[in-house]
Design a protein around this ligand. Structure first.
Ligand SMILES: [Zn+2]
Ligand SMILES: [Zn+2]
Length: 373
């Protein structure tokens, strides 16, 4: 598997060097993407035009000078691995010590081998489509449940914000009437979100209710394109997929340039992104979870095209329960059992599925616009 991936990467990288020595042309959206850029999309870390250029940094290490490295430093700064101060003073194309520290932080957060170099696995992780929320967090988890697992990887935003809820605890959500995508049926979008919300409400004593009135809903969901007024513009196909804000902001934005899918049997685009997976991930941000370093967790920052990852893992569940407590009907033991059987090729997390639980899922997105809090 690794050998296959590595050879695919080399093939992609070589192809990029030979055919696309400079910046790639703009990727086209939708079904045409596969026809125009087949190699790009088959690559595990398929990403948008800007991030594709990062392949040129393969195997760079301390002391190396590669044209355009400053662009990668901006990426690291954006996602919380280089401080704005460091960025201001080191926006050169030199791989210096502070940049190496950022690479080490990134590799640690993403659960990669920590080499301090831009090896193939690291470049692949950097280029993977991901959530727009910064990976910087207030602190990791770790409270409670220590007997179940020694190390927790979930995280919260600075100040550990959460919704102050009365009883019964209900958060309302609404879809923007203006910011939609016209190729999806509204009922299909509603159903995908209903399943995504139900996963979280199955594990915490909080329920979610869809309402018509967008302006006054607690959680406001919409599809936006490019610069949409919150200082975090979307970037076209792949790259950043969506973002959401930490409590109690409630804004939940999806990149309208993505080819969103509610059913991969019908949506054939190689760049298609699973709406339910991203919705589940973003709801985690809305509730107060930051990014996890557990690759299998819904709150992990990246999600490949045509992939579903919507079932909550123990890491997700314990993170959100430390904020809100447990739903009395939820049985952690069944989740543990499911996860164990899943780790051995079993069927997954039936224990936490509420109702007709979605076969699809996934994880993604949100980005905590901490400056807006
Ligand atoms: Zn936004
Ligand atoms: Zn996210």
């Amino acid at each position: 598997m690794h050998a296959l991936f590595f050879s695919s990467f080399i093939w992609f990288f070589s192809w990029t060097l030979l055919i696309r020595p400079c910046f790639p042309a703009r990727i086209l959206a939708g079904d045409s993407l596969g026809a125009v850029q087949p190699v790009t999309i088959e690559y595990e870390g398929a990403s948008n035009e800007t991030w594709q250029g990062f392949t040129r940094f393969l195997d760079a290490g301390v002391g190396d000078h590669v044209a355009g490295m400053s662009e990668l430093k901006r990426y690291f700064s954006r996602f919380g691995y280089l401080s704005p101060l460091a960025e201001a003073t080191s926006l050169t194309d030199v791989f210096d010590g502070s940049f190496q520290s950022a690479v080490v932080k990134f590799q640690t957060k993403m659960g990669l081998p920590v080499t301090g170099r831009l090896d193939a696995g690291t470049i692949s992780a950097i280029m993977a489509p991901r959530c727009g929320v910064s990976d910087e967090d207030g602190h990791g988890g770790g409270g409670g449940h220590q007997s179940l697992k020694a190390v927790r990887h979930y995280a919260y935003f600075y100040g550990r914000p959460r919704w102050g809820l009365g009883s019964p605890s209900t958060l309302t959500y609404a879809f923007s009437p203006d910011h939609t995508v016209n190729y999806l049926e509204p009922d299909d979008v509603r159903a995908a979100f209903q399943r995504a919300f139900s996963r979280w409400s199955a594990v915490i004593p909080v329920s979610f209710e869809e309402v018509e009135e967008y302006g006054t809903a607690d959680i406001r969901i919409g599809f936006y394109r490019g610069n949409h007024g919150d200082g975090e513009p979307f970037d076209g196909v792949l790259g950043v997929l969506a973002h959401a804000f930490s409590p109690e902001n409630g804004r939940f934005h999806l990149d309208a340039a993505e080819r969103w899918s509610v059913d991969f049997r019908k949506e054939k685009s190689k760049a298609a992104v699973d709406l339910e997976s991203v919705a589940t991930h973003e709801i985690g941000h809305v509730l107060g979870l930051a990014h996890s370093s557990v690759k299998e967790a819904v709150m992990y920052p990246s999600l490949r095209p045509r992939t579903t990852k919507a079932e909550l893992k123990i890491d997700d569940v314990e993170g959100v329960q430390a904020l809100y407590g447990s739903n009395p009907k939820f049985k952690l033991s069944s989740l543990l059992e499911s996860e164990n059987s899943s780790n051995h090729g079993g069927a997954g997390l039936q224990g936490i599925r509420s109702s007709p639980a979605a076969a699809c899922s996934a994880a993604f997105v949100v980005f905590a616009l901490l400056s807006c809090l």
